[in-house]
Design a protein. Sequence first.
Length: 141
Amino acid sequence: MRILVDECLPRQLRHWLERLGAFEVSTVQDEGWANVKNGKLLRAANSAGFDVLLTADKNMHYQQNFDGLRISSVVVPTNRKRLVEKCIPALQQSLEQVRPGQKVVMDLGDDVNIWHVMQIDSIETEAHHTTHKFKAPSFGM
């Protein structure tokens, strides 16, 4: 899977995802697309064969037309480096579930202290996107 990391996310995300071994990752900056507007960026990434655009831009799905595009997008819940790193296991789960052309929003809830153990609980289709809802695993006593 070829992934493009938007410039609103930490560049280190590329290396964190590459360490998982299942993804070929590039950043907007690596591709020479820094400061390119979202619409042009989506089309350039789609034409270049990227499968997924990772972004923290919560408005992307409402402001851009994805019609006719194969590229998917996944909205990460934060762009803060420490928190993005915490949500890598959840992000990996979302990437494993995403389908071509799908617009996904990750809902990890508000407790950032448990983001690293969250698991997909449900996948809900909404008007403009699909939401991957996560919850912490229950540990039986």
